[in-house]
Design a protein around this ligand. Structure first.
Ligand SMILES: [Ca+2]
Ligand SMILES: [Ca+2]
Ligand SMILES: [Ca+2]
Length: 186
């Protein structure tokens, strides 16, 4: 009986020890789990809050350049004022409308050439109008507009000096600058 008791005690001790070590292991696993749980929590915050930050996209189509809240596209092909306007409109834009000195400085630096802008006095000679009806902000070159030979009803920019405008016949061919509002995705 005594032997049996010793054996039993030994066996029991071994079982207790195994249980203890298993408990230690389980505790460790639990701690690991809690740690990764908090990691996941941090990750969740990162993902969701980050997704809430608006992406710094320009809001302009590829190859268009953003300035202020507009997108600009340089059309290098030489076209009449009407054809140039048509091709801007086909892209959901229109010929550029200059609303400020800053915008004038910006577009005049896009290229040194003479470009069509969205300005005409076709409807009423001498009454210049932007294609979108914006209030007039004009930067005429000296002695312009002169309606030379009585047939200059469309405006180009970068005449004589960058940013200065001149009236010329609408049927002449010039590159052009299209402008459209940038689209902000929130
Ligand atoms: Ca504008
Ligand atoms: Ca005119
Ligand atoms: Ca002129």
């Amino acid at each position: 009986i005594s032997d049996n008791k010793d054996n039993l005690t030994e066996h029991l001790n071994a079982v207790i020890e195994r249980m203890n070590s298993s408990l230690t292991e389980t505790t460790k696993e639990l701690m690991d789990f809690k740690q990764s749980e908090s990691k996941i929590h941090v990750l969740k915050i990162y993902i969701f809050e980050d997704a809430a930050i608006p992406r710094r996209k320009t809001g302009c189509p590829e190859k268009w350049i953003r300035f202020g809240s507009s997108c600009y596209f340089l059309r290098e092909e030489y076209k009449t004022w009407d054809k140039a306007r048509e091709s801007c409109r086909a892209r959901g834009a229109d010929l550029v409308v200059i609303n400020s000195k800053e915008e004038n400085d910006f577009i005049s630096k896009l290229n040194k050439q003479h470009f069509w802008i969205g300005l005409t006095d076709r409807d009423l000679e001498g009454t210049w109008k932007w294609v979108d009806g914006s209030p007039l902000t004009l930067f005429w070159a000296s002695n312009q507009p002169d309606d030379h030979d009585g047939e200059e009803d469309c405006a180009e920019i970068n005449f004589e000096f960058p940013g200065l405008c001149n009236d010329i016949p609408c049927r002449l061919s010039r590159p052009s600058i299209c402008e459209k509002e940038q689209k902000l995705c929130v």
